[in-house]
Design a protein around this ligand. Structure first.
Ligand code: PGA
Length: 261
């Protein structure tokens, strides 16, 4: 696992967007794994800028969301289908239908999950997966105790995650759905490059356990330790509880310039 500590979320977002841009320039039909929440918004702003200012094209790219709420009204502004349309898909030139979210409106949710797994495989797998991290260490909506081998399925959100996400629902925790569809940790681990982002002090404990703690289902993001190409990009505040911060800084400062993240 590579840990990159940056002075600001803006610099970290530019680094992640740069890796996505580099991928798209060399593989026009790359498959991107898209995350929602506040964390990746700066990456999406930078990708939109690269599209507008430098002609970065998404015309042949495909995308898969990590997760979706179950049963929100279809036009609800906080459904992840709608969030992704607003934050990235509608700001660049993805082809219609090129970005999929799990179908949280399906009458048969387990079948929708199986379809989603199959669609990722049929697309050739995810090339680069963006990830945020919950304060409880979740990735996607794989809450603590999720199987590290899990695939896309229905999950129940913890009260902590519903409280964390209430800010997107006018601070009304009762408006946050109880159930979600999420790619599993096993699904996520099949992506070829994982890029986990975290900004701010409230993520510091989860980041320390993810990077330096044991691999365990109670800290789902710790599964990244099993991945051959995982990059954790954190600002100084999110890095503040890392014991080996100086070592990560040294390694990043001395890596070969051609290597990228
Ligand atoms: P956030 O959420 O980006 O809004 O902090 C991250 C997550 O819950 O995965």
């Amino acid at each position: 696992m590579e840990v990159v500590i940056v002075p600001s979320a803006q610099q970290g977002s530019a680094l992640a967007a740069g890796a996505i841009a580099q991928l798209l320039r060399t593989k026009h039909d790359a498959v991107l794994g898209l995350a929602t929440g506040s964390t990746p918004l700066g990456v999406y702003d930078e990708l939109a800028r690269l599209h507008t200012d430098e002609g970065l094209s998404f015309a042949e790219a495909r995308g898969f969301a990590l997760d979706e709420y179950v049963g929100l009204p279809p036009d609800h502004p906080e459904s992840y289908r709608e969030v992704l349309r607003r934050e990235i898909v509608g700001r660049v030139n993805f082809a219609p239908g090129a970005v999929r979210t799990p179908d949280g409106w399906a009458s048969d949710l387990p079948a929708a999950c199986a379809d989603y797994e199959q669609a990722i495989v049929a697309a050739g797998g995810v090339d680069l997966q963006l990830l945020g991290i919950g304060t409880d260490g979740h990735i996607g909506f794989n809450e603590p105790s999720s199987s590290l081998a899990s695939t896309t399925r229905v999950k129940t959100l913890t009260p902590q995650t519903r409280a964390d996400n209430a800010r997107f629902f006018d601070d009304d925790i009762d408006a946050v759905p109880e159930h979600v569809l999420t790619q599993g940790i096993g699904t996520i681990l099949r992506a070829r490059h994982l890029v986990l982002l975290a900004w701010g002090e409230n993520k510091a404990a989860a980041i320390a356990e993810t990077v330096e703690g044991p691999i365990r289902a109670m800290m789902p993001a710790s599964a990244l330790q099993l991945h051959p190409h995982a990059t954790v990009i954190v600002d100084d505040a999110a890095a503040s509880l890392l014991q080996k911060a100086d070592y990560y800084r040294y390694v990043y400062d001395h890596k070969p310039a051609w290597q990228g993240i």
